[in-house]
Design a protein around this ligand. Structure first.
Ligand SMILES: [Zn+2]
Length: 166
């Protein structure tokens, strides 16, 4: 059973903005966590270079939260994109994306939306369980800060205007 992309989930590598985190380091980290290899589908370095990781139809290892109303996680129905960064020099959550990263991310998302029927573009934190069941994942419900910026406000306008949410 492969991946059926309906969502795009954005992550940060949780790297301080004054540090580098290469794709080799990322891969080693995910191998150490038992993922077999890098768990994302794409990685965006600070210089805007996009590193392809898993194939788009390969199940990811980046988001274990269950899709609302389903018995499976986002790993089975999303494309995971990670950018290098996400923390300030003191280790606090921050949108550290460079202009090159923002541009690369925008183009990549547009490209994926052209090839797959994507219902929503989400930040990792937006896929946290909706504990109080009001249909909105609020800040107090975020399991983590990742990806350290508001994905929905940035990319929602790209999606089809009429979306039947699951
Ligand atoms: Zn994440």
């Amino acid at each position: 059973m492969g991946n059926k992309p309906k969502y795009i989930v954005i992550h940060c590598s949780a790297t301080r903005e004054d540090k580098d985190y290469t794709e080799q380091q990322l891969n080693a980290g995910h191998v150490a966590r038992g993922f077999g290899k890098w768990g994302y589908h794409y990685y965006i370095r600070k210089d805007g270079r996009i590193v392809p990781m898993r194939g788009e139809n390969e199940v990811g290892a980046h988001d274990n939260y269950l899709v609302p109303g389903e018995k499976f996680s986002y790993n089975r129905c999303s494309i995971g994109i990670c950018y290098e960064g996400g923390l300030d020099k003191n280790g606090k959550a921050k949108d550290t994306r460079t202009d090159a990263q923002k541009e690369a991310m925008g183009k990549l998302i547009q490209d994926i939306c052209n090839r797959h029927e994507i219902l929503d573009v989400l930040g990792h934190r937006d896929t946290s369980p909706d504990k109080n069941g009001d249909g909105i994942v609020e800040k107090c419900e975020w399991m983590k800060e990742c990806p350290c910026f508001d994905v929905k406000s940035e990319f929602e306008s790209w999606l089809p205007t009429i979306i039947v949410k699951p």
